[in-house]
Design a protein around this ligand. Sequence first.
Ligand code: GLY
Length: 369
Amino acid sequence: MSATIQVRTQSRAYDVVIEPGAIDRLGEHVRAVAPHRQSLLVVDQSISGSHGATAAASLRRAAYDASAMSLEAAESSKVIDTVSRVHEAALRHGLERRSPFVALGGGIVGDVVGFAAATWLRGVPLVQCPTTLLAMVDASVGGKTGVNVAHPSGELRKNLVGAFWQPHRVVIDPLVLRTLPQREFVCGLAEAVKHALIAEPALLDEMERSIAAIERRDPQTLTNLIAANVRIKAAIVAADEREERDVRARLNLGHTFAHAFESQTALGLKHGEAVAIGLIAAMHVAQSIELISRTDLTRVAGLLAALGLPVSLPAPAEIARLMSAMRHDKKVQDGRIRLVLPGPIGQAHVRDDASPDAVEAALRAVGAA
Ligand code: GLY
């Protein structure tokens, strides 16, 4: 029931190990890639007493002098001050250049700890141990790390500060998904649908066939689903590690919309929920220029809804504010909104020719006013 997938990038090659019970063996995994006396375990505070305790015990069994700290996993905590707290802990505990940082949590913890590892002593070993489905299928693999920056208007501008820092290993324990809150769980499914749309139509078929097994969190189904997603991500990251060509940028399908939705904090959307609505908005734009059919759009909306994800905004956010946030997204070049658009299913392309009218119509179609 386990799988190991190698990610080969120019800066590092590393294994993503998917293995039920892996958190209990976390210490062995860390020692295999970063043998040292000390380590710093940084845990999402909501799981510090459960999976955090298991991970810390495992690190101690593997002969680490295992220092630990916890973080609040909220977008508002994904800021430079939190990175400084990790650095201060590293300083307090005397971590050295070969001492690994271990991130145990979802995408927010992984991004913050990844950036802390990239910048502490100009870069130290990092092991990502994702505990949410979203981080397992996407965020923990590929080395994107970073934090948000608050605009004076109060809007959070996502991931504006960061670094590419590939982990030395990713350790995924699908059994932790048994206790993941439902809302968090379905967020990961949005990124899985994204991967299917950009790279693998067969994954879309497979998800449609497995809705019931996914819903009951069948361990084998989830292991297969995670492995399929990691393979897609590994291939894309190997081809374009630093998003210098338009290969990796395809992973941003739905994300320019999603970041705009997330910037409207009153909407209260989680990242995966915003991505689900963003995928639909991107499909509306794609349909308007005949890259995909209405049937494709209906099919994907049906799958997202069946998985428990939103396909329209929970409240009618203002189009002008959303357009302004999209223009400020870091994917804007020379003032043109660069959008990843799907079409046909299994392919996606970066385009900068979507008209503002088509983008506004897509925002209206997902409930903006
Ligand atoms: N989550 C998008 C990327 O890793 O490039």
